[in-house]
Design a protein around this ligand. Structure first.
Ligand SMILES: Nc1ncnc2c1ncn2[C@@H]1O[C@H](COP(=O)(O)OP(=O)(O)O)[C@@H](O)[C@H]1O
Ligand SMILES: [Mg+2]
Length: 143
């Protein structure tokens, strides 16, 4: 039985609301009483995944699934997808548009940051078919 399951919607190109999902996720995990370092790692991943949906993806959603021993985030969108996943995971690789760069985004460190902070990351994507990220966090894993 999961402790908790929540679903959040993410809107493409909505830079006013962008970041709200990760703040909600952070608040929920904090309230449950998870270790602050773990909460921070999950929030960083939620934020990077959420921003990628807003900037590069399409409309999408984030699922938060909490169990005593594991926290899962599943972030999916119906956007244009990723052509080369290996390349997208490389530090510094970015297809961010100039208007995103002007807002300070597009360092190409989002996916590498998720990989670093999650216990595991799986990326499923095909050009034209959207993107799904599955991020898992072991509770008690000092990572
Ligand atoms: N949800 C997504 N939909 C389509 N492309 C994506 C998505 N997430 C990431 N990408 C691709 O992967 C690249 C690298 O992402 P990331 O490491 O977060 O860097 P940045 O967001 O700074 O460009 C993006 O520039 C984009 O080309
Ligand atoms: Mg990014």
């Amino acid at each position: 039985m999961p402790l908790l399951e929540r679903r959040f919607t993410i809107k493409a190109n909505d830079f006013v609301k962008a970041g709200e999902v990760s703040i909600e996720v952070q608040g929920i995990l904090k309230k449950i009483g998870f270790d602050p370092t773990l909460v921070r790692r999950v929030s960083i991943c939620a934020y990077e995944a959420e921003m990628n949906v807003v900037m590069h993806g399409g409309d999408g959603e984030m699922m938060l699934h909490v169990e005593p021993e594991e926290i899962d985030l599943v972030c999916s969108d119906q956007g244009g997808g990723i052509e080369d996943i290996e390349l997208a995971l490389l530090p510094g690789y970015s297809t961010a548009r100039p208007e995103h760069q002007e807002m300070g985004f597009g360092a190409g460190m989002g996916l590498p940051n998720i990989k670093k902070n999650a216990s595991s990351l799986d990326v499923y994507s095909r050009k034209g078919e959207g993107t799904r990220l599955i991020m898992k966090f072991e509770v008690g894993d000092e990572h």
